[in-house]
Design a protein around this ligand. Structure first.
Ligand SMILES: CC(=O)N[C@@H](CCC[C@H](N)C(=O)O)C(=O)O
Length: 378
């Protein structure tokens, strides 16, 4: 597949970002693109807003899979490119347009050049939330096509095009979403003693939890609590009856995740007593860590290095989350960072992966999925 065609496919995905489980246009675009490919050894199934495309091998003894996530984020795009999002307030700010384009490029190659083994292309909805991997993995549609090994990539703005970052073992953290409603009593701004002000309660809560990571977590361990959204009140002279606090927790182990949650609950109980208010707490979607299977990861690194296909960086664990971790808990494989060389980080309104990274991914993954010896017994 030529680079110009792949750029136009990426631009088409980029223009129509949709939130988790709402990827209807994205699914339709994928199905339409796939329908233009030779169909002789293709089998296509849908699962909710996702797509499963199986390329049947000529003499298969195993099935490998490439997974691409499909959803965008609620961010108003500021890249200024002519192919910017046409969906107001939504953007592919985490590179899923690129992940899908690479999936399509690989699929297009193998639909034309039949591999020996089966290759399954997994276009998965809702990675950013509420999490499509776990229900997709459990679905009859996926289980009927279940692969023996599974691989994924994620664009990495900090790495140059031509670099690939990965490590065996834990690459991404365990995550838990965090949703809190504080419920007090509203009232007139001039009579605070007759109300329970949830702006002040929310501010105290957010301030108080800042000490959890620094005071309760072993300094040699790692955890993150980020509050990404705060909403309270209706007008400047009305005491807010409610506050909504939304965030995410990251931890490198389940024990640490449990400790962070326990501390958050203690602080919340204290705030409720202090302000004589009530609260509702919901941990939303929780993602399992991304654990790269050691043998396959080391094999991939030596595969790339022996053939000089890219420059491999052995990177540290990142506190990002990925529901691909659920696939890896069940099926051997790995996820790697793909250098996408762009000045703005993931989830930023100006984040724009360099298109050239698509070529690098295909240069590495086409031979990796074609040659059979290096995977060993699966
Ligand atoms: C790669 C990446 O950025 N993934 C997201 C996953 C979000 C998980 C969940 N919705 C949460 O916010 O906890 C990330 O933010 O790391």
């Amino acid at each position: 597949m030529d680079a110009v065609r792949l750029a136009s496919v990426r631009q088409a995905f980029h223009q129509i970002p949709e939130l988790g489980f709402e990827e209807h246009q994205t699914q339709a675009l994928l199905l339409s693109l796939i329908s233009e490919l030779p169909q002789t050894h293709l089998q296509v199934t849908t699962w909710r807003t996702g797509v499963l495309a199986l390329v049947r091998g000529s003499a298969p003894t195993r099935r490998i899979a490439y997974r691409a996530d499909m959803d965008g984020l609620p961010i108003r795009e500021e890249t200024g490119v002519p192919f910017a999002s046409t969906h107001d307030g939504m953007m592919h700010a985490c590179g899923h347009d690129v992940h899908m384009t690479i999936g399509y490029g690989l699929l297009s190659h193998f639909a034309t050049n039949q591999p020996v083994d089966d290759i399954l292309f997994v276009f998965q909805p809702a990675e950013e939330g509420p999490g499509g991997a776990l229900p997709m993995l459990a679905s009859d549609e996926f289980q009927a096509l279940r692969p023996d090994a599974i691989f994924a990539l994620h664009v990495q703005p900090d790495l140059a095009v031509g670099q690939i970052g990965l490590r065996p073992g834990i690459l991404f953290a365990n995550t838990s979403e965090l949703f809190i409603d504080l419920i007090g009593r509203g009232g007139h701004a001039a009579f605070p003693h007759r109300a329970n002000d949830m702006v002040v309660a929310g501010a105290q809560f957010i301030g108080a939890i800042q000490s959890i990571v620094s005071r309760n977590i072993d300094p040699l361990d790692s955890a993150v609590i980020t509050i990404g959204r705060l909403e309270a009140g209706t007008k400047q002279n009305i005491i807010a009856e409610q506050a909504r606090i939304e965030g995410t927790i990251r931890a490198l182990s389940n024990d640490t995740m449990g400790l962070v949650k326990q501390r958050i609950e203690s602080v919340l109980d204290g705030i409720a007593r202090m302000f004589d208010c009530t609260y509702a707490l919901d941990y939303g979607a929780n993602y399992y860590q991304v654990w790269n299977e050691e043998r396959l990861t080391e094999g991939f690194i030596s595969f790339i290095e022996t053939r000089s296909l890219a420059r491999v960086e052995r990177v540290p664990t990142a506190m990002t989350g990925e529901d691909f971790g659920y696939f890896l808990r069940d099926i051997p494989g790995f996820l790697f960072w793909l250098g996408a060389e762009t000045p703005y980080g993931l989830h930023h309104a100006k984040m724009l992966p360099n298109q050239a990274c698509v070529e690098v991914a295909l240069k590495v993954l086409i031979p990796y999925f074609t040659e059979r010896g290096y995977l060993g017994a699966l």
